[in-house]
Ligand binder design. Structure first.
Ligand SMILES: [Zn+2]
Length: 471
């Protein structure tokens, strides 16, 4: 039956080529067709990976965590295949495998790191049978105000009940911590989270972050927080039933930085791991508390696989970001910082990072309301822009289909009207931002998903970035 696999891979590869010829992304259709030709495609191809099969899921941080883990594996001398963000449903995973397999259906790389949409976990994990699973967090996004999150969590729970291998869970998130107890007995859990930082700068975080899940997953009573890192992540306990943040196997401590330039992080391997009792200090070139969590997730996964600390440090420090997740883009006369915004918590976190850098700056906010962005843009009112009310040195350019709404939102947050320029056309807006900023003045670009795609196209057309962002 090898012939069937070969046929499925061949047809998939041809479709990928054809779609590229007509400049379509083609992350879904080839995999879907290949799966019809060989329904066991994912099992058969992923079986050929000699070393590591890893699955990464959760609301925020999947792509960056996968890229960081890939970087660590590379530092350990292992080649890796990853799926691109957005290709994280069953068909997207299949497309990735077809693209990288040879015609006999084998991958020639040492490892496979796959980010998986939370709701797709029960479909993907039995096929992929990962030795390593990482759960980042569960956030409500702008499309999800009606209990979808509970369903998502239960789908991930279902997949973990059949997991084998190691399962790394961010237990700073009470929802994820609730899952830790339900992981199948044939697998080993590695629990990670942040400790309070030495300089005690957490106070501002708890009060200014929007929290969306604060109720005990066991008894439904409101959780008590000793400390918030961001959103509903932090140190929590339930006074009613005793549910609390479990003790950590891997702990992180932020030891410096915090601005747009990056973050210092001390990672301690406490228990349940070959590296137990050891610690490593890294400087991440990607900013923000949320990226500290991503680094911690990748380090936990790598340590669970038994990779050595040098590879972990080198892999984390050499990583400069992935497209749209606060990526640094070097231009002829300066830099752009790009970060995709898709929900109130993530948007607020990015703003906090931007606000931490002093002096003048230009911010381009590009908001679309296509299906992939969320058609209901009222979530912008849950984003905390108030920290820019008295920052007269920061210029705003608002763009995209909902540029006017974004301008209104800024106005109500107290941003001076003279600092807000409305330019609905994305390409014009990029030109305006580069005109105001660049050089010594940093330019931050925060688009929703389809605005990000448009922006990428515009930068490629201007020859400012290569086509590497395609993947
Ligand atoms: Zn409780």
């Amino acid at each position: 039956m090898r012939l069937r696999l070969t046929a499925a891979v061949a047809v998939g590869k041809i479709l990928i080529k054809l779609l590229r010829l007509v400049r379509r992304s083609g992350t879904t259709l080839p995999g879907r067709v290949s799966l019809i030709l060989q329904p066991a495609l994912i099992e058969k191809i992923s079986d050929s990976v000699p070393n590591v099969r890893a699955a990464i899921s959760g609301t925020n941080g999947k792509t960056t965590t996968a890229a960081l883990l890939g970087s660590i594996l590379q530092s350990a001398g292992m080649s890796t295949v990853r799926n691109i963000s957005g290709a994280n449903l069953l068909s997207g995973v299949a497309t990735t495998l077809v693209e990288h397999a040879d015609l006999s259906g084998r991958l020639t790389t040492d490892s496979l790191v796959i980010e998986v949409d939370e709701a797709t976990m029960p479909l993907v994990t039995p096929r992929l049978r990962p030795e390593l699973t990482i759960i980042t967090n569960f956030f409500r996004d702008q499309l999800d105000r009606f209990g979808e999150l509970d369903r998502t969590v239960s789908l991930v729970r279902e997949s973990l009940a059949h997991a084998s291998g190691r399962v790394c869970i961010n237990v700073d998130d009470p929802l994820a911590a609730g899952l830790a107890r339900e992981v199948s007995s044939s697998s080993q859990t590695v629990l990670f989270g942040l400790r309070p930082s030495v300089d005690g700068d957490e106070d501002d975080r708890g009060s200014s972050s929007p929290s969306d899940v604060q109720f005990c997953p066991d008894c439904g009573v409101r959780l008590h927080y000793l400390r918030n890192t961001y959103g509903h992540l932090g140190d929590y306990s339930c006074s009613n039933c005793g549910f609390e943040k479990p003790s950590l196997d891997v702990s992180g401590e932020i030891i410096g930085g915090g601005g747009a330039e990056g973050t210092g992080l001390r990672i301690r391997f406490e228990a349940n791991l070959p590296a137990a009792g050891e610690a490593v200090e890294v400087f991440l070139r990607i900013p923000g508390t949320y990226n500290a969590y991503n680094a911690l997730a990748a380090a936990s996964g790598a340590a669970a696989l038994g990779l050595d600390l040098d590879a972990i440090r080198e892999g984390l420090e050499s990583f400069a970001g992935v497209f749209g997740r606060m990526e640094r883009v070097t231009l002829p006369d300066g830099e752009l910082m790009l970060a995709l915004v898709k929900n109130p918590v993530g948007f607020t976190e990015v703003l906090r990072t931007v606000a931490a850098s002093e002096g003048p700056a230009v911010m381009l906010l590009a908001i679309n309301d296509h299906l992939a962005d969320g058609t209901d843009i009222s979530w912008l009112w849950d984003v905390d822009f108030s920290r820019f009310a008295d920052r007269e040195e920061i210029q705003f350019i608002v763009s995209g289909l909902r540029a006017e709404d974004m301008a209104v939102r800024l106005k109500y947050a107290g941003v001076p009207l003279s600092n807000i320029r409305v330019q609905p056309d994305l390409q014009e807006a990029v030109g305006a931002a580069l005109g105001l900023g660049g050089g010594e003045v940093p330019v931050f670009v925060l688009p929703t998903y389809t605005a990000m795609l448009g922006l990428r196209k515009s930068l490629v057309e201007r020859g400012l970035v290569g086509r590497m962002w395609e993947g």
